[in-house]
Write a protein that binds this ligand. Structure first.
Ligand code: ATP
Ligand code: MG
Length: 560
């Protein structure tokens, strides 16, 4: 990854450096622990970049561990997608593990806690248990089952495992402190009954361990040295440590928290993303409008632009919301030097150059990149009939409109200056064709006699072009924070115009057989990438991003 920027020494790296300096460890081991209950989003990329990046830079190891303890929501489809996304982002795991690999070990740890009088089987119904938990202001109440004997607890727990009870009849709880000011320490549930087939262990288990119990102990089993997680787990750290201190864990990993990545105009929770997919608001997890890694990939984002973006956001403990424009700028910066240029017309309007002889043509050599000769040149054809973009013509243009209008002049990029002298309309009054003349002395960038033509527009030859469908994307949500109004479902702030599909766009021939893994800059219009739906008979390009941040101005206007 030669494009990786120099890593700043964030507070996590400082902690690791200190642990290495004091000889606490000689090898750094991290993990990335997604739950396979959805696709990864750009927020996960931060955790991936952090965990894999650290393992890489310290010659350590990073495990990709599937936190698969809730069989009801999890699926192999998600496991495969997660692996693909991590690989695409450019990271390699040292090994793959599953929390479910540790079910037997975790069961033993639970028995150990019971044996020490530190866990008990509770048989209260869920509702009562919730009430007994207390609130932030009020302490909890002890369960009447709290003082069950070790023997009774072992017996009940073994029978829970054997499938003698139905879902919800009993749970296993850690016996910590119902009075604790930290609610997480009020006898948290560590096992529950779920008669549900697991995607990996099938029907072997009908009791499943809870997240807090599983997580820290899985870290310990793997020899993780630094368990990096997001800030909402700060209050869980005492529990994380409690489990490790009270069972014979092979080691005691250090949990360090950092702030989540939030991006405006997006939601970043798998639950909400699932809702968007399942209710059909978007066209699947990899819809190019989604903040998922697969969506960004399909849209045309490069892995290096995502990594650079995360690096520029940095790792801190401060919760904040990052401007969407920053992600877009990262991809613009990355693509500017990498993308061949080409011309495409999104809303074609025919322009006939009447003094250009029919049947004749000229071939123009054009550089594929203005600053990179190694990208070579291509040849484009200019003939009597070309297409220009409708947006480059106005019937009654304001003074500052430097493009085409009746009795106005403009330069066809790489070609010559044309003058529009007639506007042809159909019966409905819509402009269907422009009649022009060209000035032969204005080739090679020469200005016409006695005047300066400022405007330059893109075009394609009407005979040397292909038809394509272009998908233009706008933000998925209308509002910067779709969750701001608690009385409204977040789907109500979806942007109804987030997808615009343009058919019969006209592209120059070089775009007809796009090179693999190549993003193109369509001159003046932005960066484009062939969509998965594309095939040789029906090309579909996605616009990744426009050339300039058109939202910066809008955001500015919105500020009070
Ligand atoms: P979600 O709320 O979207 O379901 P999650 O945290 O439950 O997210 P996991 O699959 O459990 O999703 O996450 C795997 C790892 O990614 C965790 O270590 C988690 O802290 C981290 N992670 C998730 N979302 C973000 C985010 N927005 N920014 C940084 N790290 C994140
Ligand atoms: Mg989670």
């Amino acid at each position: 990854m030669s494009d990786k920027p120099e890593e700043p020494v964030n507070f996590i790296r400082q902690a690791i450096n200190a642990d290495l300096a004091s000889n606490k460890h000689d090898k750094i081991i991290t993990r990335f622990p997604p739950e396979p209950n959805g696709y990864l989003h750009i927020g996960h990329a931060k955790s991936i970049w952090l965990n894999f990046g650290i393992a890489n830079d310290y010659d350590g190891e990073c495990t990709l561990r599937f936190d698969d303890t809730n069989p009801i929501k999890e699926d192999e489809e998600f496991v495969e997608a997660i692996e693909q996304d991590v690989r695409w982002l450019g990271f390699k795991w040292s090994r793959i593990a599953h929390a479910s690999d540790y079910f037997p070990a975790l069961y033993k740890f639970a028995l150990e806690l019971i044996g020490k009088g530190l866990a008990y089987v509770d048989s209260m119904d869920i509702e009562t248990m919730r009430e007994c938990r207390g609130t932030l202001k009020e302490p909890g109440k002890n369960s009447p089952y709290r003082e069950r004997s070790v023997g009774e607890n072992v017996d009940l727990f073994e029978r829970m495992k054997a499938g003698e009870f139905s879902d919800g009849e009993h749970v296993l709880r850690a016996k910590i402190d119902m009075q604790s000011s930290n609610i997480n320490l009020r006898d948290p549930v560590i096992y529950r009954i779920r008669h549900h087939s697991h995607q990996r262990t099938g029907d072997e288990w009908c009791i499943y361990p809870m997240y807090d119990f599983t997580h820290g102990l899985s870290d310990a089993i793997e020899g993780v040295t630094h368990s990096l997680c997001t800030l909402e787990f700060e209050d869980h750290r005492p529990l994380y440590d409690w489990f490790l201190e009270n069972v014979s864990a092979p080691c005691h990993p250090r949990q360090i928290e950092f702030s989540r990545l939030n991006l405006n105009y997006f939601v970043m929770s798998k639950r909400m993303l699932t809702q968007l997919v399942e209710s059909g608001y978007v066209d699947g997890w990899d819809d190019p409008r989604m903040p998922t890694i697969s969506g960004l990939r399909r849209r045309g984002f490069t892995a290096s632009s995502v990594r650079n973006f995360i690096a520029s956001v940095g790792i801190t403990k401060k919760a904040n919301v990052i401007e969407m424009g920053m992600l877009e700028n990262a991809v613009r910066e990355d693509l500017d030097s990498k993308s061949p240029r080409a011309m495409g017309v999104l809303k074609p309007l025919k322009l006939v150059i009447e003094n250009y002889p029919e049947g004749e043509s000229e071939t123009i050599d054009v550089a594929n990149h203005p600053h990179d000769p190694s990208m070579g040149i291509r040849q484009i054809k200019l003939i009597r009939e070309v297409y220009i973009d409708r947006d480059d013509f106005m019937e009654d243009p304001p003074k500052k409109f430097f493009r085409l209008g009746p009795d106005r002049e403009v330069r066809l990029r790489y070609g010559f200056v044309v003058h529009c002298h007639e506007v042809v309309k159909d019966n409905a009054g819509e402009v269907v064709e422009l009649r022009c003349t060209y000035d032969p002395n204005t080739r090679n960038g020469n200005q016409p006699e006695g005047r300066k033509v400022k405007g330059i527009i893109h075009w394609v030859s009407a005979e040397h072009c292909i038809d394509a469908t272009i998908r233009l994307y706008d933000r998925l949500f209308r509002e910067a924070n779709p969750l701001a109004d608690k009385n409204r479902d977040f789907t109500e702030s979806l942007n109804p115009d987030s997808l615009q599909v343009l058919t019969h766009c006209k592209l120059e021939l070089s775009l007809g057989s796009p090179a693999p893994d190549t993003r193109y800059q369509f001159e003046r219009l932005g960066y484009f990438y062939p969509d998965n739906d594309s095939d040789p008979s029906n090309l579909v390009y996605n616009r990744i991003v426009t050339l300039r941040d058109s939202w910066a101005k809008l955001d500015q206007q919105r500020k009070p």
